[in-house]
Design a protein around this ligand. Structure first.
Ligand SMILES: [Zn+2]
Length: 243
């Protein structure tokens, strides 16, 4: 199966926080969307790997993902080297997405920036003929490089190049984030520690941010992105002229 777009996360729940409104909107429009999480989030202070796997499955169904995978790289030990690039290259060549979305290159959690550099380099190397990979059934894969690379926002704010209108899918985004009920909007922390992200105030800031970036572009809610890499190729200014 070919996908139109793959969003990558360092941890299961990164893409929910950063771009699930956009993914849900594109899925509703009939695009084939996948999410690939690099690690299982096993070093997170709350929840277990099994619990987060269930949470990711629930969220994926809400968003309407065609594919959700976990590459099982070691949490807090993501590094940008060939051994970790290869499994990513294999997925890019398998699904051949036109668009790839990454975590931000600079963020509070070091894994996010490391994941961005790792996937960004894998996207480039995926286009090189002499880096050879095989599919699961042992067939040689063809080189392929996605056309567009964007980054979503997590904790650290940036001035976006693009704000996607998620007014119609803000509710889906809230449900997708809340699907990770071991991590977010935790009113009663139980026996586990309260974390920066488990406080219900963190969940409120997510909504406030969507309102803030949406408002700047005339939407009720929006998700901010940076466009990364080469200039955006256009053959018409219809998009700009009509808005
Ligand atoms: Zn994360």
């Amino acid at each position: 199966m070919k996908l139109d777009l793959i969003a990558f996360g360092a941890h299961p729940d990164d893409t929910e926080l950063g771009c699930s409104g956009t993914l849900a909107s594109l899925a509703q429009a009939g695009k084939k969307i996948g999410v690939i999480d690099l690690t299982r989030g096993e070093m997170g202070s709350r929840g277990t790997m099994e619990k987060r796997e269930q949470e990711a499955a629930k969220s994926s169904a809400l968003i309407g993902l065609k594919v959700r995978k976990n590459l099982g790289l070691p949490d807090t030990e993501i590094q940008n080297h060939r051994a970790f690039q290869i499994p990513i290259i294999r997925e890019i060549r398998r699904y051949r997405p036109r668009i790839v979305i990454l975590p931000p290159f600079e963020d509070r959690h070091p894994d996010h920036g490391m994941a961005a550099r790792l996937v960004s380099d894998a996207v480039f190397y995926s286009g090189l003929l002499k880096i050879q990979t095989q599919s699961e059934d042992g067939m040689d894969q063809q080189p392929y490089r996605p056309l567009h690379v964007l980054t979503y926002m997590l904790d650290t704010p940036f001035e976006p190049d693009i704000v996607f209108d998620i007014s119609d899918t803000m509710e889906v985004k809230k449900q997708a984030v809340r699907a990770f009920d071991s991590q977010f909007d935790v009113a009663d922390p139980g026996d586990e520690p309260v974390t920066y992200i488990s406080d219900p105030a963190f969940f409120e800031t997510l909504i406030a941010r969507a309102r803030r970036y949406g408002y700047r572009c005339g939407f009720e809610f929006g998700e901010p992105f940076r466009y990364s890499g080469r200039p955006i190729p256009v053959q018409s200014f219809d998009l700009l002229a009509d808005s």
